[in-house]
Design a protein. Structure first.
Length: 372
C-alpha cells in the first residue's frame, strides 16, 4: 500500500505545486502592475517590496489559493488516472475507494493545519506589518499610527482607560491618561498622568496624580507633584489596547468578507466584555466560527473533488479543470452569502460559518457513497 500511496501522492503533488506557483506568480504580477506607483511614491526599495509580498501573500494563500489549488490539482490527477483506467484497476485489486482516498485526505488535513496556523498566528497582524513596510521610507512621521480620544472599559478588572493619544506602533500614551478603577468596596480610584510608557511588564506613568473617591467626596491621596512617576503592574498591555482598537473599528462590511480576527483575540474580547451588545456579539461569534471552520475547507474540497474526478469513464483532463472552476465559484459565492447573513444576524453564527463546508462535504459524501 505504501507504494500505491507514494504514487498517488506524487501524481497529486506535481500539479499541486504548479497550481500553487502559478496562482502566486499570477497574483503578484498583476498586483505589482497596479501597486507599482504606490511603491514608488513611498520610496520602497526592492527588498521592501519583497518583504511586503511575503507579509501579504499568506492571506491570499489561506483564503483562496490553497483550497482552489488543491481542488484543481485533485480533479486533474483523478481525471488523468481515469483516462488510463488506473482507478478501475486499483479498485479491481480489492482496494476500496476510501482507502484509495487516504493520501488525498492526508493532504487535506495537512493543508487544513497550515490554514489554521497562518490564520491564527500570521494574519491578525499582517495588515499592520504591511502598513509599516509601506511607510517605513517616508521622511515625515505618519499620523495614522496615532489614535486620539480612546475610551475602553475592562469589565473583568472594572477599570476604564481614557486616553488622549495612543501610538499603535510604540504603545506610548501621550497628551493625557486617566485610569478609573472601581474598588471592591465601591470606591473609585482615579489616576491622572500626562504620559505613559509600557516596559518590562509595567506601566510607567509620568506626572501622575492619584485620587481616591468615596461615596461623597474626592480627596487626593498624596500632594500633587508635577514630576511624580508611578509604576503600575496591570493586566492591560499595549497589545490589549491594540486588540480593543482593532475589534472596535471592525466594520460590519469588513467582517462580512470573511474571518479577520484570530480565535484568541475574539475569545479574549468576549471574556472581557460579557455584556456586549447583541449585534456585535453575533458578528464576533460569526468571525470565531469562521476561523474554526476555515481549516476544514480543505477537507471539504477533497470530498467534493473525489466523486467528480473518480467517476468511471474516460474523460479529458480539461473536464476536471472546468469542473473545478464551477465548484470554486459556487463554493466562494455560497461562503460570502452565508457569512454575510451571519454577521447581519439573519443566520446563527455556527450555521453561517459552516454551511459551505457542510453542503460541499455532505454532497461529496453522498456522491462517494453512490460510487462504491
Amino acid at each position: 500500500m505504501r507504494l500505491l500511496d507514494r504514487y498517488l501522492l506524487r501524481e497529486l503533488l506535481v500539479p499541486l505545486a504548479y497550481c500553487l506557483g502559478g496562482f502566486l506568480i499570477f497574483y503578484v504580477a498583476f498586483d505589482l502592475i497596479f501597486q507599482i506607483n504606490r511603491f514608488l511614491d513611498n520610496r520602497l526599495l526592492f527588498w521592501d517590496i519583497v518583504e511586503y509580498y511575503v507579509v501579504t501573500l499568506p492571506e491570499l494563500l489561506v483564503e483562496q489559493v490553497l483550497p482552489v489549488s488543491l481542488l484543481l490539482a485533485l480533479l486533474y490527477a483523478t481525471t488523468n488516472h481515469n483516462r488510463h483506467h488506473e482507478l478501475i484497476a486499483i479498485r479491481a485489486a480489492g482496494i476500496s475507494l476510501w482507502r484509495l482516498a487516504a493520501p488525498y485526505l492526508a493532504v487535506g488535513v495537512v493543508f487544513g493545519a497550515v490554514v489554521f496556523l497562518i490564520g491564527e498566528f500570521w494574519l491578525p497582524s499582517a495588515a499592520e506589518r504591511a502598513k509599516f513596510i509601506l511607510e517605513r521610507r517616508q521622511t515625515q512621521p505618519v499620523q495614522r499610527d496615532w489614535f486620539a480620544k480612546l475610551d475602553f472599559v475592562n469589565e473583568a478588572t472594572h477599570r476604564e482607560w481614557v486616553m488622549s493619544g495612543f501610538n499603535r506602533r510604540t504603545g506610548e500614551i501621550t497628551s493625557g491618561l486617566k485610569l478609573m478603577t472601581v474598588l471592591p468596596d465601591g470606591a473609585t480610584e482615579t489616576v491622572d498622568a500626562k504620559r505613559a510608557l509600557y516596559s518590562n511588564g509595567q506601566w510607567h506613568l509620568f506626572s501622575a496624580l492619584t485620587w481616591h473617591q468615596g461615596t461623597n467626596e474626592s480627596v487626593p491621596s498624596f500632594p500633587p507633584r508635577s514630576n511624580a512617576v508611578l509604576n503600575l503592574t496591570l493586566s492591560e498591555t499595549p497589545a490589549w489596547i491594540r486588540s480593543e482598537i482593532k475589534l472596535n473599528t471592525l466594520s460590519t462590511t469588513d467582517a462580512a468578507k470573511g474571518p479577520q480576527l484570530s480565535i484568541r483575540e475574539i475569545r479574549e474580547y468576549l471574556r472581557l466584555h460579557p455584556r456586549i451588545e447583541r449585534a456585535k456579539k453575533a458578528m464576533l461569534l460569526t468571525q470565531l466560527q469562521g476561523r474554526i471552520a476555515a481549516p476544514f475547507t480543505c477537507l471539504a474540497v477533497v470530498l467534493i473533488a473525489l466523486p467528480f474526478g473518480a467517476r468511471p469513464g474516460r474523460r479529458d483532463v480539461f473536464v476536471g479543470v472546468a469542473s473545478s472552476i464551477f465548484i470554486c465559484f459556487g463554493y466562494f459565492i455560497l461562503q460570502r452569502i452565508s457569512f454575510g447573513l451571519g454577521v447581519s444576524m439573519y443566520l446563527p453564527p455556527f450555521l453561517a460559518a459552516w454551511l459551505p463546508n457542510i453542503l460541499c462535504g455532505g454532497l461529496g459524501l453522498v456522491l462517494l457513497a453512490r460510487l462504491r
